[in-house]
Design a binder for this molecule. Structure first.
Ligand code: NAD
Length: 347
């Protein structure tokens, strides 16, 4: 195995989580970083001892010829970012979630992926936490609770902020099953702060029909019922599972616990952003190089990330049309804009 040359685009706060794991990686070397903002770029380069820094992405690609690029920007130009990388011969890009906010940006990514063969991996790193990666949660959901029939999945972030993480884990728990139908309702466009870039209805409640008669209630809203005791919106990433003979609660940072008929006490296990987040990001990143070296397919490969966004788009389409939608379906920029207009977008 050789050493992959890596470039990082976007030196904001999230990029620091990408960099701190580098000392623990095999076969990956960060050769350069890139940001339009000179102060951010220079501080980032200095903090992590990165050899080169650029203000222009295409120049960085041309001069550094990286194998792997981390795209740690806000989700507004994903097609352009991927296309630049593909044209420079990059083998794989790690794209921060959300993979895309508009239907046309997702379609653009599909085109780049099909045309170039470059791997596009979405940074939903929680898949690499032990209890998710080793199938523990999936096993409980499918084998310990009787027939699983309902999952309530909730977050206090909007559906493009935290929704991608929620849907991504949901699909992992359901063995990559795709929803067959969705009915959703939404209210309010709020484009301040975080939501200015993660553009989606502020509140969206969706009911999904998954194969095997599994019903999912997906609640992305500041008003969603979250995890008791959490303060920040992004710490609310919560699942409740109901089966015919048991239940399970799973939180982002306060563990999970389940109980089924015949069990005197719930069984508890770990789930922790604080304790598992960094190792999860490390293993997620390592798995990119391992995959390029012929190892197992990455858990967050393009087809997986695409299915997540398509499921979220289908809910937006249902909210627009006010009826149940069968999947797969189409969703256009015009429909995306029509929903925004309906909910009171100001621009
Ligand atoms: N996976 C997770 O757990 C997780 C957690 C937090 C944030 N995120 C995601 O990470 C992404 C980035 O978040 P952030 O808070 O760091 O964003 P940010 O806006 O603070 O930083 C992005 C940086 O990219 C730079 N940039 C953008 N386009 C550029 C270009 N063409 N050339 C050079 N520089 C460019 C900007 O100047 C900025 O400094 C978001 O999509 C967010 O949803 C993911």
């Amino acid at each position: 195995m050789g050493t992959y040359r890596c470039l990082l685009l976007g030196c904001g706060p999230r990029a620091r989580e990408h960099m701190v794991v580098y000392p623990g990686l095999r076969g990956m070397q960060m050769v350069a970083c890139c940001d339009l903002d000179v102060a951010r770029r220079e501080d980032f380069q200095r903090t992590y001892g990165i050899p080169k820094a650029y203000d222009d992405f295409e120049t960085a690609l041309a001069e550094e010829q990286p194998d792997i690029v981390h795209v740690v920007t806000q989700p507004s130009r994903r097609e352009w970012e991927a296309d630049c990388a593909a044209r420079a011969g990059v083998k794989a890009i790690i794209v921060e979630k959300p993979m895309a906010v508009t239907p046309s940006d997702l379609e653009g990514l599909v085109r780049v992926h099909e045309r170039s063969g470059m791997e596009i991996i979405v940074n939903c790193q929680r898949r690499y936490y032990p209890q998710f990666r080793d199938g523990t949660i999936r096993d409980i959901a499918h084998n310990k609770l009787g027939n699983l029939y309902l999952i309530r999945a909730s977050t206090k972030g909007n559906m493009m902020g935290m929704g991608p993480h929620l849907m991504d884990l949901l699909m992992l728990f359901l063995d990559e099953a795709r929803p067959e139908a969705v009915w959703a309702t939404a209210h309010t466009i709020n484009e301040t702060d975080y939501q200015a870039t993660h553009r989606a209805p502020e509140s969206l409640l969706a009911e999904y029909w998954f194969p095997g008669d599994v019903r999912v209630l997906l609640d992305c809203s500041p008003d969603a019922v979250g995890t008791p005791g959490e303060d920040s919106f992004w710490m609310h990433l919560h699942f409740d599972f109901l089966g015919t003979t048991g239940w399970m609660h799973l939180t982002q940072n306060r563990g999970y616990w389940y109980q089924a008929h015949g069990m005197a006490e719930p069984v508890r296990g770990a789930s922790s952003w604080d304790l598992q987040g960094q190792a999860g990001q490390r293993d997620f990143t390592q798995a990119v190089a391992d995959w390029l070296d012929g190892g197992p397919p990455h858990l967050n490969r393009f087809a997986v990330g695409r299915a997540v966004v398509e499921a979220l788009f289908a809910a937006q389409k249902s909210a627009l049309l006010g009826k149940r939608i069968s999947l797969p379906t189409t969703f256009t920029d015009a429909e995306w804009q029509a929903l925004r207009d309906r909910l009171g977008a100001s621009a």
